[in-house]
Design a protein around this ligand. Structure first.
Ligand SMILES: [Cu+2]
Length: 136
């Protein structure tokens, strides 16, 4: 019985050590990095919003791709399909919708080969917040 207790204590101590080790390594971050810039995008399916502009403004993806919009700006943006204000061209893009600062969201599956223009519905006069995704 004593040996069982000793084993249990050893397991508990080992578990605690593992937990402490995990807690100590806080350098691995998940989600969008606050330092993400237009030149450090993680892949070619990501559109970044920063400094009241989107980048890249032109993107080409293959059919079936979901595009991720990341709002690293300091204010809210609402990404929608063209045309404004109907948003009827590519409904998959309307799934992105409202993005608070720091938020990101994926579009639906872009399955049809075509060109999908998008814009910030809250700033529809800003050309810097407009772009187009070519699906091929
Ligand atoms: Cu709009």
């Amino acid at each position: 019985m004593t040996s069982t207790r000793a084993l249990a204590a050893a397991v508990t101590a080992a578990s605690a050590a593992v937990i402490m080790a995990c807690g100590g390594s806080s350098s691995s971050a998940t989600g969008p990095s606050p330092t993400l810039t237009c030149s450090t995008l993680p892949d070619t399916r990501t559109i970044l919003i920063v400094n009241n502009a989107v980048c890249p403004q032109a993107l080409t993806v293959s059919r079936g791709t979901q595009v991720t919009f990341i709002n690293n700006d300091t204010r809210r943006h609402q990404m929608n399909s063209d045309p404004h204000p109907e948003h009827t061209d590519c409904p998959e893009l309307n799934q992105v919708g409202n993005l608070e600062p720091g938020q990101s969201r994926q579009s639906g599956n872009l399955n049809v080969a075509r060109r999908c223009g998008f814009h910030d519905h809250l700033n529809d006069g800003s050309n810097a917040l407009k772009g187009a995704i070519t699906i091929q």
